[in-house]
Design a protein around this ligand. Structure first.
Ligand code: NAD
Ligand code: ZN
Length: 357
């Protein structure tokens, strides 16, 4: 048995208003006049008060990125080409937003020091050279992307992360004030990504004491916020920021399961975003996660959330691609169903599940 030796984010700041410490954090990491590059979710583009707080020095640049679609390998390659052309090298990247922006900052940081297309590195341990310095600042809680050793991208052939020891951030800044403006539905979907990480980790065959300790704490926080309280307050934002962190730590040493494996198929064929895709999938998975799904249904009811149906009038080809993408996620299925998963999750059974989603 060989145990995973996984890297963790070495530095973390947590606290309301901690965003104002960013300048001082970046200062010693600046390399001459090479700029820091900020990737910021476009929701902040017209938020003048927030923009003023971004600590720009010298040639630093801010890209406001449209997150209508999740990040693609071609977007990453374009950013890298543009930055290489313009500056040769940069001091670092800072991702400010949800999973999309954090993954963008990680992937661009990696691609500044690795040749070719980011699509060449979608997979496990394909990256040869360390990334430039990169910082993650979440503005919505749930994905665990802030601690993950992956940067999830959609490429020409697949939606798959760049998983490597060079992917995790060098620095995290967790400021729950930044989460304030997220809509109720989006907050729910991304929050449920976290809850689903816990259920899939805690009910998986890969579970160990490390994953269990983080997963249990994270699930406890999700249940406190989504079931134990009737109003959403500042404490809920603090709790969900920590739940996301713990959920990410839990799956770092285990794996996700059926909801993620099926949601990746929805994302690839229909472009369904991660949080909502997981929610759509999980809602149909009582047979695999009875307790988790029962709690999830109570949460939907309590917070008056709509879970749309997306598999409507699909072609045979679309179903086939979805099934192929999903069954390609072998470690997820093995974690969920055990070594014999192929005889349990047949293409026919998966098709029947998709038809309900
Ligand atoms: P997101 O980054 O896709 O953003 C979702 C929406 O929330 C966007 O419309 C965005 O504009 C909005 N938003 C973000 N912050 C806001 C704020 N403070 N106020 C108002 N609106 C705000 O959402 P996500 O669910 O955090 O991330 C999903 C992405 O993360 C997907 O691309 C998925 O593949 C990836 N992901 C990565 C990992 C990982 O380990 N690297 C894990 C899970 C998901
Ligand atoms: Zn997830």
């Amino acid at each position: 048995m060989k145990y995973r030796n996984f890297p963790m984010v070495p530095r973390v700041v947590f606290g309301r208003g901690s965003f104002d410490q960013l300048d001082e954090i970046l200062e010693p990491k600046r390399k001459g006049d090479a700029p820091m590059i900020y990737f910021v979710d476009h929701v902040f583009e017209h938020n003048e008060a927030f923009k003023k707080r971004i600590p720009l020095r010298g040639k630093d640049e801010v890209f406001f990125v449209d997150t209508t679609h999740e990040p693609k390998t071609k977007n990453i390659d374009q950013f890298r080409d543009r930055l290489k052309n313009e500056y040769g090298t940069i001091s670092g990247t800072i991702g400010i937003g949800g999973g999309s922006m954090m993954d963008t900052a990680k992937a661009v940081a990696l691609m500044m020091n690795n040749p070719g297309s980011s699509a060449d590195y979608q997979g496990w341990d394909l990256v040869k050279n360390p990334a430039v310095y990169h910082v993650g600042i979440p503005t919505i809680s749930g994905t665990g992307a802030e601690v993950a050793r992956t940067a999830v991208l959609t490429g020409p052939e697949k939606k798959l992360g760049i998983n490597s020891d060079f992917t995790p951030f060098d620095q995290l800044l967790l400021d729950p004030e930044l989460v304030h403006g997220v809509s109720v539905n989006q907050r729910f979907y991304t929050g449920m990504d976290c809850f689903i990480h816990c259920v899939e980790s805690l009910n998986g065959t890969y579970l160990n004491a490390f994953s269990k300790s983080y997963g249990e704490k994270s699930q406890e926080l999700c249940e406190k916020v989504y079931l134990g309280k009737d109003v959403w307050d500042d404490e809920s934002d603090d709790d969900m920021m920590m739940a996301s962190f713990h959920g990410g730590m839990s799956i770092a040493y285990s794996q996700v399961g059926v909801a993620h494996a099926t949601s990746y198929g929805l994302a690839f064929v229909l472009g369904t975003h991660h949080g909502i895709g997981n929610s759509i999938a999980f809602n149909q998975l009582e047979e695999f996660y009875p307790d988790g799904v029962a709690k999830f249904k109570k949460m939907i009811e309590k917070w008056h959330i709509d879970i749309p149906k997306v598999c409507v009038n699909l072609t045979e080809q679309q179903y086939e691609t979805m099934i192929k993408v999903s069954l390609g996620m072998a470690p997820l299925w093995e974690n969920a169903l055990g070594k014999d998963w192929k005889s349990i999750m047949t293409p026919e059974r998966l098709r029947a599940l998709y038809e309900k989603m």
